[in-house]
Design a protein around this ligand. Structure first.
Ligand code: SGN
Ligand code: CA
Length: 545
């Protein structure tokens, strides 16, 4: 007691003294910086930390090796704009309004960067934005217009259009480092750093052209899926490697001679009128060559020479092999992987460059680094490319987090995480109050506890996809996934249910919905799903639009 009496006045004196002083820069720097890295369409099958058999990503793996890897992170709606809107608002699509890519984000809504800015963070948004709106809540932004371009891309930089020379992934990183160089050293920062790569039509950096030409990639077991065990939705989509990849746009099957002759032609008026993201283009293969020529023509002359060497070889190989039927699908899959994975390599290199820079300026360990993608992607599973379905390859997204002060190096979490959780998590670490209407959970209890989730953690995730009719014609659907099962309802122009046993059938080949033995399980899943729909305010899902 006597001791306490002595200590208390000292403590109070200290407290008054401290409260009269401004926090020193060193103290405010204790709030973590945040670098939120998001790629476009980068799936876990193409990250070596997730056991990829296709490619090595040593720099991305570093984030997992020195931090945490989430095996079960899922998105609310597996398409670009909707995923981004969910991440920024912490809300499902039906509440933030961005149900599909054709919509414009309502920027009067509260987004987490704004809250961090108010709390004293310096905020920046660099790279792919794709929400149609002007970014709000940022001290600095430099975004790609719409989908953006791979070669010599334009950026909208704090309202001004600038055209840059170089490759998009390198340029986004240059801008990120540029922002960090010029930042206000007295404030913590949030930097959202979002790549275009490896989005369709998979154009590699000039230095990576042809890098996988001698590689034969392993095929997914269901590359030649015949959809026997599934319903109409899985069959009627337009994202098959076999039939929906365009020869020029996707497979780069234009020889030097063809390119030369195209250079002399006027641009097709049809192409000129077609908007960049207009899905009617998907059904108009006559635009194939014109669309490809437009992106090819952005290269410098030297890059074009390099390009032709690589793709002339591809055209010649095709002529020599003349593959047909299943062999043709296999051949296309190999070309698809060569281009997609070369784009991934550019991301890996640039993330490494950014991390090295953070280390050099002494900020690496005081920065929460999040690595994720706007959704997963099909690398030939079910014979598909693209995303959108609630099947795991696109529903699941990578999530790796590095933050040494609280995240154990090399830890792995199987907890159900969602892109809905990113905003609450980052606000939580920054010490900013999480708005009551954000629907996600802070992942902090999982991150701070070596990946173990608290007792009462969510046991199921809810999904809702709306973009139909549109690119790739994936039907509208919503569903629930538990650790063991997945139940999906396809609606709108169809009324079909699917049930998968994820343990017995991880590749989702056999719909069990009409199997009598599963009736009690289906009943229970429907009850659980109803609860989630009430919780997330999506109680009338087929009428939500
Ligand atoms: C483009 C692509 C589609 C892709 C959408 C959405 N076509 O329209 O294949 O599904 O983007 O992607 S392309 O011919 O222009 O490459 S998203 O990532 O923006 O949602
Ligand atoms: Ca995407």
């Amino acid at each position: 007691m006597g001791k306490l009496k002595l200590i208390l006045p000292v403590l109070f004196a200290g407290a008054t003294l401290m409260s009269c002083q401004q926090p020193k820069p060193a103290e405010s720097a204790k709030r973590p910086n945040i670098v939120f890295i998001m790629t476009d369409d980068h799936t876990i099958q193409a990250i070596s930390a997730y056991g990829s058999k296709l490619v090595k990503t040593p720099n991305l793996d570093r984030i997992a090796n020195e931090g945490m890897l989430f095996n079960n992170c899922f998105v609310t709606n597996a398409v670009c704009g909707p995923s981004r809107a969910t991440i920024l608002t912490g809300k499902y699509s039906h509440l933030n309004g961005l149900t599909d890519n054709s919509k414009v984000f309502d920027s009067t809504q509260v987004i987490y960067p704004q809250l961090l800015k108010k709390a004293g963070y310096q905020t920046a948004m660099i790279g792919k934005w794709h929400l149609g709106s002007t970014p709000m809540g940022f001290d600095y932004y430099s975004i790609l217009p719409n989908q953006g371009q791979y070669y010599q891309p334009e950026f909208i930089e704090n309202g001004h259009l600038v055209k840059e020379k170089g490759y998009v992934t390198d340029l986004i990183t240059d801008k990120a480092i540029g922002f960090l160089e010029k930042r206000d050293h007295d404030k913590p920062f949030l930097m959202i750093y979002q790549h275009k790569a490896p989005h369709r039509n998979w154009l590699p950096a000039p230095r990576h052209l042809g890098m996988f030409d001698d590689t034969v990639f392993p095929e997914p077991a269901n590359l030649l899926d015949d959809f026997k065990g599934r319903g109409r939705a899985a069959k009627e989509q337009l994202m098959n490697i076999s039939t929906d990849m365009w020869p020029a746009w996707d497979l780069k099957m234009l020889s030097t001679a063809q390119l030369d002759s195209m250079a002399k032609l006027p641009v097709s008026p049809k192409f000129k009128d077609a908007k960049g993201d207009d899905y009617q283009q998907a059904n108009d293969p006559s635009l194939d060559k014109a669309r490809f020529f437009e992106v090819y023509n952005r290269m410098t002359d030297a890059e074009k020479v390099q390009w032709r060497k690589v793709y002339d070889k591809r055209v010649a190989e095709f002529k020599r092999l003349n593959p047909k039927g299943a062999d043709l699908v296999r051949w296309k899959y190999q070309q698809y992987m060569r281009d997609y994975l070369a784009c991934v390599v550019s991301v890996d290199e640039n993330v490494g460059r950014l991390m090295d820079y953070l280390k050099k300026i002494g900020e690496l360990d005081n920065t929460i680094i999040v690595y994720t993608s706007d959704q997963g992607f099909y690398l030939g599973e079910h014979g598909y490319f693209d995303k959108r379905f609630m099947y795991d390859e696109s529903f699941r997204t990578p999530l790796m987090v590095r933050y040494p002060p609280s995240v154990k190096a090399g830890s792995v979490s199987n907890a159900f995480a969602m892109n809905l959780d990113f905003a609450p998590t980052l606000l939580d670490y920054a010490g900013v109050k999480i708005p009551a209407d954000m629907q996600g959970l802070s992942l902090r209890p999982v991150l701070d506890n070596a990946g173990k989730s608290p007792e009462n953690w969510r046991k199921a995730v809810y999904y809702h996809y709306y973009e139909f009719p549109s690119w790739h014609m994936v039907k509208r659907h919503y569903g629930i996934r538990t650790e063991r099962y997945k139940l999906i309802h396809f609606y709108n122009d169809i009324d079909e249910w699917e049930l998968y046993d994820m343990q017995k059938d991880p590749h989702e080949m056999q719909n069990l919905y009409n199997d009598k033995a599963y009736e009690p399980i289906i009943k229970d899943l429907k009850v659980q799903m109803k609860k989630l729909q009430v919780q997330y305010k999506d109680t009338n899902p087929t009428e939500a639009l």
